[in-house]
Ligand binder design. Structure first.
Ligand SMILES: Nc1ncnc2c1ncn2[C@@H]1O[C@H](COP(=O)(O)OP(=O)(O)OP(=O)(O)O)[C@@H](O)[C@H]1O
Length: 436
């Protein structure tokens, strides 16, 4: 059965702009088989005439059109023109394997996501599926009704990330998504477990069926009856996403096992902030754990995802600029560096929140390090400083010295670093540590 990427009734259409006939042929063999209708153009000029005649959900854009050209200048010009022409346009760019900087730049210029060439078929399909969902959300969104604050991204948001750590989980995730196998997602808070659960459902043959999300603790607090009622309401041939499965009280574990036996056709995706050792050491009955983790995926914390943090920062910048209907904003190179060097103990949720705040409070059109609210984590066991404490604290003194130097030099990092006798990188590390 072909994957139905987004809507059961409307075939999503992709306009692929690439001058390479072989690559176009590969797309023509793949995408229609996977539920997309494909339009093609050899260059931006041809693309504009296709766009004027056909409705398109997503533009898949190669960046170089002349033989031997690698700068991506033509592609960038096309991207900017398309986003200026239709701010709801969803453009996914195609770039070479080593092109992470190009990918960051393209996302800064308004691309929604990117794929690396040569592409992996499942990955391309997953990226386009998420991009189509974004397009449809944008189209259906009421422009005068702002989204609720604090909801960083829609559940249909694309999964941004191309670091080796993320590839190690996204590739098996995409393979397993197309089956009915139960999947257990492990990872710290804010690492994207719920987002992945939605993506698994969307990539599965059940995409047109309901996805039910249950939070055991919330249901338990309403009494045992709430749990039974919620389970009874789950559509038998849909997907059940059970969040924080490690919190499931023992009596409910037995009930869940019995329920799963009665519903052999239900697809189960579960998530937990606990490590598997903790789940195994008694939080979950072993027969239940065996039933849940046929495929087990551990999401890496954000600080292990390398340059993904830059891509995510730019992604959230665009998301919140749109949501709050602010004029276009960009991140300075210094701001991106400081974001990349922060430790983000709250993971992607914390980064999203920092970017949301930065967008809301932005004063100009460029965000500098001082505009990015990075909260420095307190080392384990160190209590938060209270106002009025004696101020011989080394951490606070360092923060005051760094901040004063930055202010003296109008937040010019090179000048402040040279006054403090630090390298720029060392100063960035301290700025990130102190949330400056
Ligand atoms: N790779 C990603 N690309 C884009 N957005 C992401 C990514 N990962 C997470 N997010 C966004 O970050 C926020 C937190 O993610 P999510 O709620 O999925 O995390 P979680 O692991 O389920 O957290 P918790 O354990 O606290 O429930 C969401 O708004 C989500 O859309």
């Amino acid at each position: 059965m072909p994957n139905n990427p987004s809507s059961p009734d409307l075939t999503p259409s992709i306009l692929f702009i690439d001058d390479d006939a072989d690559v176009q042929k590969a797309a023509a063999l793949l995408l229609p088989r996977r539920g997309f209708s494909l339009l093609s153009a050899r260059d931006p000029a041809e693309a504009w005439s296709v766009l004027s005649a056909e409705p398109v959900d997503v533009v898949l854009l190669d960046l170089n059109f002349r033989p031997g050209s690698v700068s991506g200048a033509e592609g960038f010009a096309c991207l900017e023109a398309m986003v200026a022409h239709d701010p709801d346009m969803v453009v996914v760019i195609v770039t070479g394997h080593s092109g992470i900087n190009i990918a960051v730049a393209a996302m800064r210029a308004g691309a929604t996501d990117f794929v690396m060439k040569p592409w992996n078929n499942d990955r391309l399909v997953a990226t386009l599926t998420a991009a189509v969902a974004v397009r449809r959300q944008r189209r259906n969104a009421d422009p005068v009704a702002p989204q609720p604050a604090g909801h960083a991204a829609e559940p249909d948001s694309p999964i941004i990330g191309d670091s080796p750590a993320m590839r190690r989980i996204l590739e098996p995730m995409r393979r397993a998504a197309t089956t009915d196998a139960p999947i257990l997602l492990l990872g710290e808070a804010g690492t994207g477990k719920s987002l992945l659960a939605h993506s698994i459902h969307r990539l599965s043959p059940r995409a047109g069926r309901p996805l039910a999300t249950l939070d055991p603790m919330a249901l338990w607090s309403e009494g045992e009856g709430a749990w039974t009622t919620a389970l009874a309401a789950v559509t038998p041939d849909g997907t059940l996403f059970l969040d924080e499965v490690g919190d499931l009280p023992q009596p409910l574990q037995a009930r869940l096992l019995a329920f799963l036996k009665e519903r052999p056709h239900l697809r189960l995706v579960t998530a937990s902030r606990q490590k598997r050792d903790a789940l195994q050491a008694g939080m979950l009955q072993s027969d239940l754990l065996y039933r849940l983790n046929i495929v087990e995926l551990s999401l890496p914390p954000l600080h292990e995802r390398g340059d993904d943090v830059r891509l995510l920062a730019v992604h959230f910048l665009h998301l919140f600029t749109r949501r709050y209907q602010r004029p276009a904003l960009t991140l300075s190179a210094d701001a991106l560096d400081i974001i990349a060097q922060a430790s983000w103990p709250g993971n992607i949720r914390a980064l999203a929140q920092a970017m949301e705040r930065a967008v809301v409070l932005a004063r100009g059109t460029v965000l500098h390090p001082v505009d990015i609210p990075i909260q420095a984590p307190l080392p384990d066991g160190v209590a938060a400083a209270r106002p009025g404490d004696g101020d011989l604290n080394l951490t606070r003194s360092e923060k005051a010295i760094v901040e004063a130097a930055l202010r003296r030099h109008g937040f010019n990092v090179s000048h402040a670093a040279s006054e403090l006798g630090l390298s720029r990188a060392a100063l960035y590390r301290r700025m990130a540590r102190h949330g400056l």
